[in-house]
Design a protein around this ligand. Structure first.
Ligand SMILES: Cc1cc2nc3c(=O)[nH]c(=O)nc-3n(C[C@H](O)[C@H](O)[C@H](O)COP(=O)(O)O)c2cc1C
Length: 367
């Protein structure tokens, strides 16, 4: 598929996950194949302009990290414009705008006009960014405030007229947070609202089959995957393969999961330094562990690591403990294998398969 001037190798996107989709994670996922485009964590436009150290770390990239978009957040038009110019100078292939949910809740008095004012303001801000750079500007939004205010189609239409190159839509309302199912009809209404630009569907895609289903049910041009990429960093390769050939590749085995976990850890240490990287990795390893089968002692141990040696010791202890659940080939006995993932919007999800993905508390509720 095309995104602005870019021809992508697949229609699969890595969703921004603040605190996770840093350079080490993007490189780890890219190396496994199938990913068409990745976006950084959310970056505050003003902090970037002030060359704040944390902001610069968030936009750090490398030649292997292509194509890559930087996601900006901010409400001051001049800052967003200047930050977009800076992203272009830093070598980004695109800039994504975190819209959160820019439309204020429609209140009884003056609600409608407040919404239009907000839309006008948003359009003006985006227009300023587009005029300032050559790289494509995209926007990421939710469906709207709540089920009675599904504003994403209107917003998408306005943004297309202004010149954005693509729309990413998480198929939930702001009121939903991360609860309830993803509304595929809602994503479809955004697809129907735009004329030409690609709409990328997002939300709860944890399997290749779920990505295929979202594409078919909504008509979206591509699928963006966030948390699913943590359970299964191979999801892009497996989905790309399924879409291209109709064949579903098996999930990776334990040895492959550990190989990639190690690679991801090593990149953290290279990028953040040994002690800081090891500490930051404490919140990454448990995501891998969710697909390890029984792993309680490992999950406890890994949140204490401060070095490479600690990390390796945690793995060694885990391998020894895990043997009791395995056959002679080292594979989990069937009764201990984790249940297959089923996305919330797939038939059979209500049957109780492990499809819920926990979300940390905080501002993330509104993304
Ligand atoms: C930990 C976490 C951090 C997130 N950070 C961002 C962010 O920085 N910018 C953003 O637009 N969305 C952010 N999101 C929302 C995701 O990009 C995505 O829209 C949402 O998680 C639904 O997709 P998924 O089910 O594939 O994860 C975040 C979500 C989570 C769980």
């Amino acid at each position: 598929m095309r995104l602005g001037p870019h021809e992508l190798s697949s229609n699969l996107f890595l969703s921004p996950l603040a605190g996770y989709t840093n350079l080490p994670m993007r490189l780890t996922v890219r190396e496994l194949g199938g990913l068409g485009w990745a976006t950084t964590d959310l970056v505050n436009a003003r902090s970037l302009l002030e060359r704040n150290r944390t902001a610069l770390k968030l936009v750090a990239s490398s030649p292997a990290d292509r194509p890559m978009a930087i996601q900006l957040f901010g409400s001051v038009p001049e800052e967003m414009r200047d930050a977009a110019v800076m992203c272009e100078a830093l070598g980004a292939q695109g800039v994504d705008i975190n819209m959160g949910c820019p439309v204020k809740k429609v209140v009884k008095i003056g609600g409608g006009s407040a919404m239009m004012t907000e839309l006008d303001k948003t359009a003006a801000l985006v227009r300023g960014m587009i005029a300032a750079v050559k790289i494509p500007i995209t926007a990421k939004m939710r469906l709207g405030w709540d089920d009675d205010n599904l504003t994403a189609p209107d917003l998408a239409r306005v943004l297309e007229d202004v010149g954005v190159a693509a729309i990413f839509v998480h198929g939930r309302t702001r009121a939903q947070g991360f609860s309830g199912g993803v509304n595929l009809a809602g994503i479809r209404s955004v697809v129907a609202a735009v004329k030409k630009i690609p709409v990328i569907g997002n939300g709860d895609v944890t399997t290749p089959a779920a990505a295929q289903h979202m594409l078919a049910a909504t008509g979206c041009a591509g699928v963006s995957i966030g948390r699913g990429a943590f359970y299964d960093p191979w999801i892009f390769r497996r989905t790309e393969h399924l879409l291209r050939t109709g064949e579903l590749l098996p999930e990776p085995d334990f040895a492959e999961r550990v190989r990639v976990l190690r690679r991801h850890f090593e990149r953290y240490v290279e990028f953040y330094g040994e002690e800081h990287g090891a500490k930051l990795f404490r919140k990454v390893a448990p995501w891998y562990a969710k697909r390890f089968g029984p792993a309680k002692p490992f999950k406890h141990r890994i949140i204490t690591i401060t070095s490479r040696a600690d990390f390796e010791a945690a793995l060694t202890e885990f391998f020894a403990w895990r043997a009791q659940f395995c056959d002679e080939r080292g594979e989990l006995l069937e009764k201990f294998a984790p249940a297959p993932l089923i996305a919330s919007f797939m038939p059979g999800a209500e049957a109780g398969a492990h499809c819920s993905i926990p979300v940390p508390k905080g501002p993330v509720d509104v993304w």
